[in-house]
Ligand binder design. Structure first.
Ligand SMILES: Nc1ncnc2c1ncn2[C@@H]1O[C@H](COP(=O)(O)OP(=O)(O)OP(=O)(O)O)[C@@H](O)[C@H]1O
Length: 309
């Protein structure tokens, strides 16, 4: 785990200490998760022994430089990608080792997804889009829950419209209702405000927050935006396949500083690879950048910076 500067306003929680079994507090949990891509010279360590649990009824954000492993974590937690080693629990059930068809069924009932590009079906109305997960699973809507969702999200008067007749913010609110209609164990939101202007972003983030506070949902959101992260109850920061910070009640400026620090470290790593080089030998570079350089987290043999700047 990273050592932060003494004045860093961050709460680090080392979730790897002693927590080796599924914990009922968590909607989704990863234990000692490793994900490698490729082989030999092309080997990429996307996740390096990650231990993390996302508590039920909380809004969590995942941040980190490009290529740090955020999407890989989300995909492995959702059973969309296989793991190299380690275990994933979803609502108390272990999903590692399940067959593809079992995972598909589980995802339909236990996971909701929200995407940057909304991913609504253009030929269907807002209502049909919202009900689609139930239609696919052959389930019946809980009308009370449906009404509560569309009221909370402020789209009750837009239900007969097709996506092309809705603004970006309205489309994303329809997508949120679709993600929540099955009352999933967890909703994964991948850059949900990436295609929205700042006013619509604020609206969508407020609705996500509301669906956690008022509807008791659990949301895990990947975002590059420190302001978006400030709407969450908890933000973790990823770097080079590891969690390097874990912040309760994050603030935008604080997250922006943390992200900037990790980007500097990642750039330093990309221009100065250190296969087999001890961290202490390169500490001077970190000091020059004004960042902590004592964690050793970037000093693993085979370290991959994965930068896309
Ligand atoms: N299918 C794949 N095959 C090979 N390498 C991959 C694959 N998917 C991801 N990677 C690599 O794994 C590392 C983590 O990627 P990941 O997409 O999880 O990062 P990220 O933090 O989500 O990045 P971004 O913010 O740019 O979306 C990167 O080095 C990436 O190049």
């Amino acid at each position: 785990m990273a050592q932060l500067p003494n004045d860093a306003p961050v709460l680090l929680r080392n979730v790897s200490d002693g927590k080796r079994a599924e914990d009922g507090r968590f909607a989704v949990q990863a234990i000692d998760l490793v994900k490698d891509y490729g082989h030999g010279e092309n080997l990429v360590h996307a996740l390096r022994h990650v231990d993390i649990g996302f508590e039920r009824g909380r809004f969590s954000a995942i941040m980190g430089p490009s290529g740090s492993g955020k999407s890989t974590l989300m995909h492995t937690l959702a059973g969309l990608d296989s793991v190299t080693s380690g275990r994933v629990f979803l609502g108390g059930d272990e999903i590692t080792g399940l067959k593809d068809n079992e995972l598909t069924v589980l995802r339909r009932s236990k996971i909701g997804f929200i995407f940057q590009s909304f991913n609504l079906l253009p030929m269907f109305t807002a209502e049909q889009n919202i009900l689609m997960p139930l239609t696919l699973a052959g389930g019946k809507p809980d009308r009370e829950w449906y009404s509560r969702l569309v009221e909370t999200l402020g789209i009750a008067d837009r239900l007969k419209h097709r996506p092309s007749e809705l603004s970006g913010g309205q489309q994303q609110r329809v997508a949120i209702a679709r993600a929540l209609i099955t009352r999933p164990q967890v909703v994964f939101a991948d850059e949900p405000t990436g295609n929205l202007d700042s006013a619509s972003s604020a609206e969508v983030l407020s609705f996500l927050k509301q669906s956690v506070k008022e509807l008791g949902q659990t949301i895990v959101m990947v975002t590059h935006d420190a302001v978006a992260a400030s709407y969450s109850d908890r933000a973790i920061v990823f770097a080079d396949g590891r969690i390097v910070a874990d912040v309760d009640h994050p603030e935008a400026e604080q997250m922006s500083d943390l992200l900037m620090r990790e980007r500097k470290l990642a750039i330093r790593d990309s221009i100065m690879p250190r296969h087999g080089v001890e961290q202490s030998q390169i500490g001077g570079v970190g000091s020059a950048l004004g960042v902590a350089a004592s964690s050793g987290r970037h000093a693993m043999p085979g370290s991959n910076s994965g930068m896309h700047y």
